[in-house]
Write a protein that binds this ligand. Structure first.
Ligand code: URA
Length: 211
């Protein structure tokens, strides 16, 4: 199977905000707000091809047929904990979306994803699922999360991140060639600890002030 597309979101607002987030001295508050804002902008991009159906409505003047998004409600699936940084920004655009929480942490020695929580709508087979995590580094967490969603029947998954390393993209496309990726940047590489270079550091720590 050829791999689904990597969509690089080059919109100037996204690029500008991402640069602000990379700056070492950006405050926790600023970092969190920017991630939230970029979440909204990425949500706009990742939903650009959702199917529409014509429905009957009445304006104050006349009945008409007008487009509405077809199908079941979207499901947003943030990978805890940094993925929640996108969530409010995305819910601002799609307030009726369902939310699946996926708890995975990265074992600091092996860099493997370890599952500690998974709560999702029961049947995902006819929903579009937007999987989100700001950093696609080794790809281990994203791969594990996509696999968990597939065990719940998900067939239309889209992965949204802020930064991706080439190694993570390769790993994700290898394991999930059916899942397209949206990212604001593809950085140079991973360092020996699995951090993205030049990157922005640990997204979770910078959001929550835990370092
Ligand atoms: N997770 C992060 O938060 N930052 C990285 O650079 C890699 C993984």
């Amino acid at each position: 199977m050829t791999s689904a597309k990597v969509n690089l979101v080059s919109h100037p607002l996204v690029q500008h905000k991402l640069t602000l987030m990379r700056e070492r001295d950006r405050s926790i508050k600023g970092f969190r707000e920017l991630l939230n804002e970029i979440g909204t902008l990425l949500c706009y991009e990742v939903t650009a091809d959702l199917p529409l159906e014509m429905v009957e409505i009445e304006t104050p003047l006349t009945p008409m047929k007008a487009p509405m998004i077809a199908g079941k409600k979207l499901t947003f699936a943030p990978i805890l904990r940094a993925g929640v940084g996108f969530l409010d920004g995305m819910l601002a655009l799609v307030p009726s979306a369902r939310v699946a929480h996926i708890g995975l942490y990265r074992d600091p020695q092996t860099l493997q994803a370890v599952e500690y929580f998974f709560k999702a709508p029961h049947d995902l087979s006819d929903r579009t699922v937007i999987l989100m995590d700001p950093m696609l580094a080794t790809g281990n967490s994203a791969c594990a999360a996509a696999s968990l969603l597939k065990t719940r029947g998900a067939r239309d998954i889209r992965f949204v991140c802020l930064l991706a390393a080439p190694e993570g993209i390769a790993q994700f496309q290898h394991e999930h060639p059916d899942v397209p990726i949206w990212t604001a940047a593809i950085d140079e590489r991973l360092n020996d600890h699995g951090y993205i270079l030049p990157g922005l550091g640990d997204a979770g720590d910078r959001m929550f002030g835990t370092r």
